[in-house]
Design a protein around this ligand. Structure first.
Ligand code: IPD
Length: 284
């Protein structure tokens, strides 16, 4: 994995991530307009709202003040280059379809990563935060510091479940925006369902990974994720004791991201690798 700057302080980066997602979360909830001015991105079902753009602009502005030498890569247009070796990876609203329908399961996700977040396997998150603004739940972590959930009533350390039997595993997953990819993802889920307790499709990959960390899911997998969907949530899940991987055990990729409680991780990884390899042929 990439080496960081000499003065790398992951705990300080975690504080920055928490502060910035709180401000962006306040914006997307308090200033949600009646007309979200929805446009489509990769397909007709892939929306972007004016608030995705405004949230990202706010994150960029705050990071320019707090971390002027760092780069920023965002889901929406308008990132920037940096000189410090740290890149902030932001999803200004993860769960945009939920936001559109006023379903509260959406999040602002922000991670500080080392390496090149546009190259699979060439980057690593060192700090991050995922805010579910309506629930007022802030999930946060830095490398080696544990995973934490902060709410109005305080902070608690997160720990994945101790499940040991795949047959009673509650699995989160998600689907891409491309119709052909979805057909394959649906075929994979159809084979998975009879082998586990049940599935949940929450609509935000960042919250899925934090749910795994909090013991609200036993495992999660998805094909076709981008770095901004998972950079912060993946770190939170790992710091809560989850094993996280992809096509191989070490690295989650856009092709496949899975995370699981250690007691079922090997069996779960083998199952989702097989199912997605047979059914899902392209990325979204
Ligand atoms: C999406 C959500 C969703 C997942 C999709 C993502 P967005 O992100 O995380 O849960 O299934 O793959 O693209 O578009 O709402 O930022």
């Amino acid at each position: 994995m990439p080496a960081g700057p000499h003065d790398l302080d992951p705990a300080a980066l975690e504080d920055v991530a928490c502060r910035v997602v709180r401000e962006a979360g306040r914006l997307v909830v308090d200033e949600r307009p009646a007309d979200l001015r929805v446009a489509s991105k990769s397909s007709d079902t892939d929306p972007v709202t004016v608030m995705d753009q405004r949230s990202q602009e706010l994150v960029l502005r705050l990071l320019a003040e707090l971390r002027p030498d760092d780069a920023v890569l965002g889901e929406e247009e308008g990132g920037r280059a940096g000189t410090s070796g740290i890149t902030w990876v932001v999803d200004p609203i993860d769960g945009t379809v939920n936001y559109l329908y006023d379903v509260p399961a959406y999040a602002v996700s922000l991670a500080a990563v080392l390496g090149d977040p546009t190259t699979p396997g060439a980057w690593e998150s060192v700090a991050g935060a995922v805010l579910s603004p309506v629930a007022d739940e802030l999930f946060h972590a830095h490398r080696g510091g544990g995973a934490w959930l902060t709410t109005a009533s305080g902070s608690r350390r997160l720990q994945v479940t101790d499940v040991s039997d795949l047959a009673v595993t509650l699995v989160g997953t998600g689907f891409g925006y491309d119709a052909q990819v979805r057909a394959g993802q649906g075929a994979a889920v159809a084979e998975l369902l009879p082998r586990v307790r049940d599935i949940r499709r929450q609509g935000s990959a960042a919250l899925d990974l934090c749910s795994l960390a909090a013991g609200r899911l036993d495992a999660y997998y998805e094909t076709g994720l981008n770095a901004w969907d998972r950079a912060a949530g993946e770190l939170v899940a790992r710091e809560a004791g989850a094993l996280v991987g992809g096509p191989d055990d070490a690295t989650a990729t856009g092709e496949l991201t899975w995370g699981a409680a250690p007691g079922i991780a090997a069996a779960f990884a083998a199952m989702v690798r097989d199912l997605t390899a047979r059914h899902v042929t392209a990325r979204h």
